[in-house]
Design a protein around this ligand. Structure first.
Ligand code: NAD
Length: 406
């Protein structure tokens, strides 16, 4: 769509929704539950279309779409349908002595008009789960799905136009221009999922209107293997969470810190775990129906450059190295002898590359984590609760997970 046309469309829908958001203030739990039911049923009925759209976008395996896109949306809708009446109830709260003789209560109200900007890596889930929240909270919603997954974005547009009037929910497709035009509007709340860099732009734009934001961003999520960890179990769990969606998961294990004396045994276990997952028939990962692809050529090239630079500076390729440019295929890749100044240790990897760094003393590993920006998530493997407690007390992160990942 041309920019001028897009602007006209956005201005029109924004005004319609602003007006309608006032009606939504008095919407009842039953009315909102009705909206959620119709959304839930549409998703259930169109499972095959959703799978096909994501396969067309980046060969996302059907089973992965079931588990990571369709199931989360259905369960989020179901949970909300079950709880909404209770969540909306006005709650009595005590007043302090200084207001003797008064009564107080908390009455929940919708924020008003909201905007959801979604990323491409779980393109359905991360656009529609926030929609469930926004509708249950009585907000109007404009959704901007990612331009990098056009088949899924078109399906989301179709779904929304079949289910809702545009003064309640509407989809604006497009890239940077669409985002910028939307961010110029005074939304009451913006829900953004994406990179930290664009998160800053969103927060800055919201501040122009003093709108509130929810930012779901990315980052590096380390795994710490303690000296007493069950290496086989750790390798199996790391492999299955790292390489799902071809490593393009915000909370995927980004790199592993392992005791030097256990490195080779751990890598051996990891190699075996990867083969069991994707090449148990010995045909190679590229033949597996369970392994996805990199979303586009730009990211394919970016990831290959990371491997090249690491190897040039002394890293060893302990697994991987195969890629197929015409398919944006990159094999699960393990790098050892990785150093902190390599490019692969700078930003979130967001692909099927797993650097392994070894350590002599666990405090060195934890100090290294503490020097980096706060991890989005942190994973630790040990047989001892005491050791796990030590790791989590000495670090700070988003979710901190014992003996598992993601
Ligand atoms: P991105 O930040 O590049 O894009 C996200 C959205 O912002 C897209 O819809 C895009 O069109 C829009 N956008 C891009 N540049 C913009 C700009 N300059 N101004 C305004 N809008 C702009 O992210 P992505 O590549 O789509 O997704 C990957 C990132 O998302 C990773 O960092 C990942 O960790 C993160 N992520 C986080 C979570 C979470 O829940 N924390 C979940 C999934 C992905």
């Amino acid at each position: 769509m041309e920019v001028e046309l897009m602007k006209t469309e956005i201005d029109k829908v924004f005004d319609l929704q602003k007006t309608h958001s006032l009606n939504m203030r008095s919407s009842t739990a039953e009315e909102r539950i009705g909206l959620l039911r119709s959304l839930h049923d549409w998703v259930l009925e169109h499972r095959e279309d959703i799978k096909k759209a994501m396969y067309a976008d980046y060969r996302k395996p059907y089973t992965e779409t079931d588990i990571t896109e369709i199931y989360p949306v259905l369960s989020e809708a179901k949970h909300t349908i079950k709880c909404l009446k209770n969540w909306m109830k006005t709650k009595r709260v005590p007043t302090p002595v200084t207001f003797l003789g008064t009564k107080a209560h908390i009455q929940f109200e919708p924020k008003g008009s909201s905007l959801i900007i979604a990323p491409w890596n779980y393109p359905f889930n991360l656009a529609i789960c926030p929609l469930v929240s926004a509708l249950s909270a009585g907000c109007t919603v404009m959704i901007k799905p990612s331009e990098m997954t056009p088949h899924t974005s078109a399906l989301i547009k179709q779904m929304i136009s079949e289910l809702f009037s545009e003064n309640l929910v509407s989809v604006i497709e497009g890239g940077l221009e669409a985002s910028q035009l939307l961010l110029a509007k005074p939304f009451d709340h913006i829900f953004f999922t994406g990179s930290p860099m664009v998160g800053k732009i969103v927060m800055r734009s919201a501040s122009d209107h003093l709108g509130s934001v929810t930012l779901e961003l990315g980052g590096k999520s380390p795994v710490v293997i303690a000296p007493d960890a069950d290496l086989k179990d750790a390798a199996r769990k790391i492999a299955s969470t790292k390489f799902i969606n071809c490593g393009q998961t915000c909370v995927a294990p980004d790199f592993v810190l392992v005791p030097r004396s256990l490195r080779d045994e751990f890598v051996q276990n990891l190699n075996e775990a990867i083969d069991t997952l994707y090449s148990s028939d010995g045909q190679g990962v590229e033949k597996s129906a369970d392994y996805g692809r990199i979303v586009n050529e730009r990211h394919f090239n970016r990831l290959n450059q990371l491997v090249e630079e690491a190897c040039k500076n002394g890293a060893t390729l302990a697994k991987g190295g195969k890629n197929i440019p015409e398919e944006n295929f990159i094999e699960p890749t393990i790098l050892t002898m990785v150093k902190e100044n390599m490019m692969v240790m700078e930003d979130e990897i967001f692909g099927p590359l797993l650097p392994i760094m070894d350590y002599e003393n666990i405090d060195d590993a934890l100090n290294f984590i503490n020097k980096m920006p706060k991890p989005l998530a942190l994973y630790a493997f040990s047989k001892s609760d005491k050791k796990l407690g030590y790791i989590f007390r000495k670090t700070s992160s988003g979710p901190a997970v014992s003996t598992d990942c993601v």
